[in-house]
Design a protein around this ligand. Sequence first.
Ligand code: NAD
Length: 482
Amino acid sequence: MFEGRMLIDGEMTLGEGGAQGAFIESHDPATLMPLGRVPAATAADVDRAVRAAAAAQRDWAGRSVWERAALLRRLAAAIRSRGAEILQLEARDTGNTIGKLQADVEIAAGYLEYFAGLGSELKGETVPATATGLHFTLREPFGVVARIVPFNHPFMFAAAHLAAPLMAGNAVVIKTPETSPLSGTLLGELCREVLPRGLVAIVHGQGFPAGDALVRHPLIRRIGFTGSVTTGLAIQRAAAESAVKHVTLELGGKNPFIVFPDADLDQVVEHIIAGMNFSWAGQSCGSTSRLLLHDSIHDVVVERVAERLRKLRLGSPLDPAAEMGPVNSARQYARMQEFVESAVAAGARCVTGGRRPLGDEFANGYWLEPTLFSEVTPAMRIAREEIFGPIICALRWRDEREVIDLANDSPYGLTAAIWTRDLATSLRMSRAIESGTVWINTAGRHFVGMPFSGWKDSGLGGEECLEELLSYSRIKAVHVFS
Ligand code: NAD
């Protein structure tokens, strides 16, 4: 059994409750066997973490960006050196399959290195505001930044989300998700080894009290949140009730995958699978789960995707050959069942999936076959709400205006994939679609340095790019006269 700790003021700790305090139990979503536990932070633990971080931040902000960069690079190297251990724990705790999960360690280390290289971009400007004075701007840190992460890639998000705020001279308090929190302890150990005491804190706990106490803490002026729209709104409200705070949000999506009749259908089928991120059982904000198929190719694509889904290899998250594991938690599993039932009740056709897979290894745990619904109409819940699981729905369209309206008829605007061989169509569509990311003839891919940002209810603020670094600094104007 894994015994987790928090990192507070440079110590790996159980928090104020010690061994008698509250814990969050973690179990393997593939088998329901207990895996370990982490202490749940109290509001007092959060307060201690933030105050220690504030004390460490003063010295950190006084160091040159290159000194900070050197430590970020050391943290990246330390993460890689324990990569295998991190992945084993993460695969068991999340249900994500280890084959593709390998990338998470590299992505986390890669973002630390990417932002380490951008130090000189924390530059200001000079403005010729008067003939006699010198007018320039400085970019300064906020102090202590809170970053709250979701369950789908807990290690990758927690580690990668340290990079921009640390580089900009802030201290960081991370709150791990309440399901799959175990790898946060390993990140805590690595930060403790490499970074100045107290500069990074890792706390565990539920939204209440831990997350809420962090958001409302008077020393926290900058919050970066990744998670659901409902929680994002709650965080905006809590932040606004406590002080004027900068909040950025990376939230959910109901992302369209639009296929024109001229698209290469072999590629389309492969990318519908890739765009769904089945390695994490579809639990990815960017998953293109809403297929908008032209009437002329609708039936053939639905049949071919169904055939491909039936062949997906479900298996233990620790099996390198497995293409999909279980969904993450009891909450997620209940949600999936509810969506399947609502789709059937609304008259959608379950082309494949919708059930627990057969076989002893799937008898326990949160297993659901990859699922495809057709004959879905735009008003159905499965067409409108983010499912965040291995369920795809297919809708048909006949002309371009209709598909643009269908695609944009959503409160979300995170990603969209458009498949056509016609350049003019692809450019027209990329302008017409309301989302922060548009993929043409591909799906699901992130590119370091390109902004990942949600439109509408999908979020506020760009990440994975220079904008993320700059958003963790605030501008000061200096006017000098002799
Ligand atoms: P969630 O909103 O339930 O929880 C996310 C985090 O917020 C957890 O750490 C949770 O403990 C914390 N939290 C909950 N209530 C809180 C409160 N009142 N105050 C402060 N913190 C609180 O999300 P989830 O179920 O863990 O993750 C799934 C969601 O995340 C999906 O909607 C998905 O689309 C989204 N997501 C978005 C991105 C992106 O980059 N846009 C990436 C990954 C996941």
